[in-house]
Design a protein around this ligand. Structure first.
Ligand SMILES: C[S@@+](CC[C@H](N)C(=O)[O-])C[C@H]1O[C@@H](n2cnc3c(N)ncnc32)[C@H](O)[C@@H]1O
Length: 173
C-alpha cells in the first residue's frame, strides 16, 4: 500500500454514530467572509472539516454557495453538515476547498491530493503560522499567504493553485 493510501485511511476513518460537543476553533472576523465572497462568488465552496458549520453559515449569509463536510457530527450545528470522509469525496472541478483550523492528522494533505485528482483549482487554508508545515505537508511550499489577522486568534489565510491569481487581482484592486 502506498504512503498516500495509508495516510488516506488513517486520516479518514469515519466515526459514525458519534456526536461530539459543539466547539468552534476558527472564529473568523467579518472581513474574512467579505474577502471570500469577493474571491469566490459563483463557485461552490466546500468547508472541509466544518465542525459546527459556523464558517459555512457565515459564507452562506454572504451569498456564497457552500457545502460543509465533516467526519463527525457536533451538537448545536449551525449549518447542515454532510457526514463524510473528505479524503474520498468527489469534488466538482469548479469548486473551492477551504480548510479552517484543521486537525493535524494529515487529512488536509490527503484531501488536497483528492481535490487535485478531481481537477479542483482553488485551495484555501485558514490557520496559525505555526501549523502551516504540519497541516499542509508536501503542499506547504505551494501555498502563499494572502491575508493576515482574519480570525480572533490571529490566523492567516493561505491559498494555492488558481487562487493565487485571484487574490493577486484582489490585493492589487
Ligand atoms: C479542529 S476541527 C476544526 C473545525 C472547524 N473548521 C472550526 O474551525 O471550528 C477539525 C475538524 O476536521 C474534521 N476532520 C478530520 N478529518 C476529517 C476527514 N477526513 N474528513 C472530514 N472531516 C475531517 C474533524 O472531525 C474536526 O471536526
Amino acid at each position: 500500500m502506498s504512503t498516500l493510501a495509508i495516510q488516506s485511511v488513517l486520516a479518514g476513518l469515519p466515526i459514525f454514530n458519534t456526536m461530539l460537543p459543539g466547539v468552534k476553533f476558527f472564529e473568523p472576523k467579518d472581513h474574512f467572509f467579505k474577502q471570500m465572497s469577493a474571491a469566490y462568488r459563483g463557485l461552490r465552496v466546500y468547508d472541509v472539516g466544518a465542525g459546527m458549520g459556523h464558517i459555512a453559515l457565515g459564507l452562506a449569509l454572504e451569498g456564497m454557495t457552500v457545502t460543509a463536510l465533516d467526519l463527525i457530527m457536533r451538537e448545536n450545528a449551525e449549518f447542515p453538515v454532510v457526514h463524510t470522509n473528505s479524503v474520498g469525496y468527489r469534488y466538482p472541478s469548479d469548486s473551492v476547498l477551504l480548510f479552517c483550523r484543521p486537525c493535524h492528522n494529515q487529512f488536509v494533505e490527503a484531501t488536497i491530493h483528492q481535490g487535485l485528482r478531481c481537477g479542483v483549482q482553488h485551495f484555501v487554508y485558514a490557520g496559525l503560522a505555526k501549523n502551516v508545515e504540519s497541516d499542509l505537508g508536501r503542499f506547504r511550499r505551494d501555498f502563499v499567504s494572502v491575508a493576515r489577522k482574519i480570525g480572533h486568534d490571529g490566523e492567516s489565510l493561505y491559498v494555492m493553485g488558481k487562487s493565487k491569481e485571484v487574490w493577486a487581482g484582489l490585493l492589487e484592486g
